[in-house]
Structure formats: C-alpha cells, structure tokens
Design a protein around this ligand. Structure first.
Ligand SMILES: [Zn+2]
Ligand SMILES: [Zn+2]
Length: 556
C-alpha cells in the first residue's frame, strides 16, 4: 500500500532566533518527498559567548542527506539573514538557486570579494514571475522591505497554496523598490490560501510603521540644518536610505562620500540595477579631507558596532581618511540587532566624549524598520484569509505573540513550529508530525565547525579559568629526571597571601610524583591523570576556580 502525499513545512533556522533563516517545503509520501529550500541565511554570534566566532549558519545536514530530492533553492531577498550562508553551504547542496537581479548582484559581488568562494549555480527570476519545479510552482510576489526586490513566495502544490511572506512591511511610498500590493495578496486570498508563513519580527509593536519616505524627508531636514560635517551610518543594503541621504545632500549642496567595503559593493550593484539613477557619482574617501565641513555627508558602514567597520575605526580615530570632530553630527539611521547593543554603546560614548552630536531613532524619525507591526499584520491576515498560520522569523517571544495574534485574527489553525519540526500542512489538520536534526554551524576562522564540537566550549572554559601546563620527564625505571616544568596562563600569579601559584604547583606536582608507586609512574597516562587532578584541585583551593590542565609526560 502506498502512503498518501503530504505537504510539509520544515524550518531549519530562523524560528526561535534572529537570523539563519532557512526553510524547507516538502511534497510527497513521508519516505519520498521532493523538497525546495527557501533562503540560506547567517546569524551574528554577537554576545552569545562564543569566543572567536562571529558568524553562525543553520545546520543543513538533514537536507544534505536528502540532496537527491532537493529541487532548488529560492532566495526571497538579499539580506544576510537570508543569503549569508549560501556561499558556505551551497557546495553541500549543489542545486539551482533562484534570486532576483539585485540579490544576484550582491551574491556575485561578494563572491568576487572572497577568493576561493564557490561559483554557485544562480538563476535570475523577476518579481512576479513563476517557476515550476517538481510538484511545486513558486511565484515571486513583490513586497516592501528595507532592501530592493524583496519577495514573498506563493508556493503552489497539488495539496494547496502556501504563502511564505519573507520579510515585508506595508509602505505605499517606499522611496526605492516594491510596495506590498493589497490587490495581489487579496487575489491570493481569493484563490484560497492553505497556510501563511509570516514574519513575526515586529508583532510586539502596535500600530503601523512609518514610510521610508517620511524618514527621507526628516533626513533631508536634519542634514540641511546641520552646521558642520554629517556622517550617516546605516545598513549598506538599505538602498532607499542611501538614495535618501544622497538626495538630501544634493539638495543642500553637499557631496556624498561612501565609506566601507560593504557600502561600495551595494552602491555598485544598486547603480547597475538603476536604483541610484539621477544621482551624482559619490566621491571617494580621499576627497573627504579637502571638502569644507558643511559641504560633506559621509555614508558609513558599522551601524551595528562591528569593530572593524568604518564607524568604529572613525570613533577610535584610526581611519586613514575620515575624521570627525567637535560639532560634527553622526546619525544612526539604523536599529541595533539584538546582541549588538553593547558594541554600539561603546562607539556612541566614544563619539560623545569627542563632542560629536549623536542622533538615533530615539531622538527623531531617522530610521524605520522593514518589518510589519500589528496593524500591518492584521491587514495581511484580512487580505489573505489563510486556513493555517505559521509564525516565522523571530525569537520565541515573537513567535508566541504572533500565534496569539493570528488566533485573534480568526485564523482557524495556528501552528507553533520550531527549527527542525516537520509540520504537516495537508492533508488533514495541520500538526507537527516529526522532527529532523537541526543545529548550528560556526564559522571559526576559515573553518566551518559543528556547534557540538569541543573547540568553542574549550575556548570559553580557557577564557574563564585559564590553563596550567606541566611537563615531566621520567626515565625507563619511572624515576623523575630533573624538575618538572610548570607554566600558567590566564591564572593569577599569586594567591591571596602573596605566594606565587607556580611555586605552590611545583610543590603539588612533587608530592603527587612522590606518592605514586614506581610501577604506576611507568604508566604515563596514570601520571598525567593524577597530576592534572591534583593541580586543578590545588588551584581551586587557593583561587576558587579550576583551570584546564595539560600534563605532558616525556619518557627518556
Ligand atoms: Zn530582510
Ligand atoms: Zn530577515
């Protein structure tokens, strides 16, 4: 007997966390499903307590095992939390990747900037276009968001239509890029939507988010009224904001200087796609020093406090070309991604100390989010009238609030999916029917490791309690040759009474060796074990912490 076809949704990342968006849709009987993957994003490790790790990727091992059944990857838009892991993970999947022209430009520009990056099989798709792959037909549905060419996906299957909103908001005057069309989403609603998988980012915020055009207007007023230099920091990918700043500068006779590699890259792609048409060329950073203070606007990267980005270097007075001084103004046309607050605060304080005026979205309308607030979400549910709501793209608190919100909108079935849950959308009532293995990958230097590997927890432990190294030479009869060598790292030099800890450990090691019968001393593993245990406990007695301890027995 053959089992019946099912339509399932399996998020691999982005549910219960910020970033790492990656979601599978599967069709077919449980043992032979065909899959499509929507987005392959990264996450920023920020303050997650992962020493030496900046970037995180979703763990794709489940779909790697099902690679022969994976038909294609669809990219909704070019934000890092949706495309950032593609170059890293594509070699494991090797299927065609569909994206719009702007996203393709960003992917290609990034590949060229990273020697050795794989050549991904990219296919251009236009907003509004449909592509049939296996049992699915995927339609790109334009939506407004904080980057050009953002799309929701209308995914049709023999068991029904799923609308995967991607990141979106309502904005009838987006300045650059798409609007979210009520008519299009109503048409989808009329067709009958089985499930709406929807952005939860701003579900805790009341009302409706302001338009990108209102931000542009305020930026123009602020820049025109500024007495000296103005630096605007924003996400490089926010082309509407770049355009707004450029127009504001032009209106008051200022030149625009773009600073930062990510900014250059996006500006180049945006120009190719026509999003900066009608604007004068920006000036290179080396022109900055020659321009009068009231004739310049610097557009700079680093709004998230990234220590190597332009803003941090300018604040530390370490940028080769760009300096700011008393009376200048820095506008944060951005919002902190959770986890980056401290790093941003450090830069803000540094600038304030130098007499530089700071403007953020707490002071004025200099930023607006690209995600829907409650009134916008309510409109989406009114237009689409789905049978099932699946909150996505958010931390647990957002997903929980969104689930309650969707119920309050009268959606008959609401599913609380998590990374790795297999949600059966059809046939029958929507429910979680299975789990697949998920997790995280860490970008550790040039190597990508599984989050369950020892390296990062070991480094965290070393950072907390340091390391003691002991080298002991033993001859064949088990006699100690010479004095053991002891080295401490990350452990205080002296105990509370002022006695050097290294001396104390020399005594400890001597006592352990003396106490071991000769026969035991010929077993180097037993010696290493006994010495390490004694050293850790001796340090704990005087310090209250147990360091790592490496004992190396050399047989001579
Ligand atoms: Zn986005
Ligand atoms: Zn996103």
């Amino acid at each position: 007997m053959t089992s019946p076809d099912e339509l399932v949704f399996v998020p691999l990342g982005g549910l219960g966390e910020i970033g790492m968006n990656a979601a599978l849709y599967g069709f077919g009987p449980p043992r032979s499903r065909k899959w499509i993957l929507v987005d392959v994003g990264l996450g920023f490790a920020g303050e997650e307590g992962l020493p030496g790790v900046d970037l995180m990727f979703p763990d794709t091992r489940f779909i790697e095992g099902e690679r022969q059944n994976l038909l294609a990857i669809f990219i909704t838009h070019a934000h890092e939390d949706h495309i950032g892991a593609l170059a890293e993970l594509w070699p494991r999947l090797r299927v065609p990747v569909y994206a719009t022209r702007f996203a393709l430009g960003i992917l290609e520009a990034r590949r060229l900037g990273e020697p050795g990056a794989p050549k991904v099989e990219l296919k251009e798709i236009a907003p509004g276009q449909r592509i049939a792959v296996g049992p699915f037909t995927v339609e790109y549905v334009p939506v407004a968001h904080s980057i050009p060419e953002s799309n929701g996906l209308a995914i049709r299957s023999p068991l029904g239509l799923v609308v995967h909103t991607g990141d979106w908001k309502l904005d009838d005057t987006p300045f650059v890029g798409n609007t979210t069309s009520e008519a299009v989403f109503r048409r989808l609603g009329d067709e009958g939507i089985l499930a709406l998988v929807c952005d939860s980012t701003n579900v805790v915020r009341e009302g409706r988010s302001p338009s990108e055009s209102e931000v542009a207007k305020r930026l123009a007023e602020i820049i025109a009224a500024s007495p000296a230099r103005v630096a605007v920091t924003t996400f490089a990918s926010n082309v509407a904001r770049i355009r707004a700043v450029a127009l504001a500068a032009q209106a008051c006779g200022r030149e625009v200087i773009a600073v930062g590699r990510a900014m250059d890259r996006v500006i180049e792609v945006a120009r190719e796609c026509g999003y900066l048409d009608g604007l004068p060329e920006f000036r290179p950073p080396d022109a900055y020093g020659y321009l009068p203070r009231d004739k310049v606007v610097a557009l700079i990267t680093g709004s998230q406090g990234e220590p190597r980005a332009a803003l941090a270097r300018i604040a530390d007075d370490e940028h080769p070309e760009i300096t700011l001084s008393k009376g200048d103004r820095v506008i944060f046309s951005s919002r902190a991604i959770p986890g980056n607050e401290k790093a941003i605060g450090r830069i803000v304080n540094m600038l304030v100390r130098q007499g530089i005026e700071i403007l953020t979205d707490r002071h004025d309308l200099v930023h607006v989010s690209g995600h829907p607030r409650r009134d916008e979400l309510a409109a989406m549910y009114r237009w689409t009238r789905p049978r099932i709501a699946v909150p996505a793209h958010g931390e647990d608190i957002h997903l929980a609030e969104h689930a309650a919100f969707a119920r309050a909108q009268g959606v008959p079935e609401v599913v609380r999916a998590r990374n790795g849950t297999v949600v059966r959308l059809a046939p029958g009532r929507a429910e979680i029917v299975d789990d697949v293995p998920v997790g995280r990958l860490y970008k550790d230097g040039d190597i990508t490791i599984d989050s369950t590997e020892r390296a990062v927890p070991e480094r965290r432990k070393l950072a907390f309690a340091g390391l003691v190294s002991v080298a002991i030479a033993l001859d064949r009869r088990g006699e100690v040759a010479g004095d053991p060598v002891i080295d401490i790292m990350g452990v205080p030099d002296k105990d509370r009474r002022g006695k050097p800890i290294a001396d104390l450990l020399a005594d400890t090691v001597g006592q352990v060796l003396d106490s071991l019968p000769k026969a035991r001393r010929r077993d180097s593993e037993a010696v290493e074990d006994a010495v390490a245990r004694a050293v850790r406990s001796a340090v704990n007695n005087v310090w209250g912490k147990r360091p790592a301890c490496h004992v190396l027995v050399v047989e001579i």
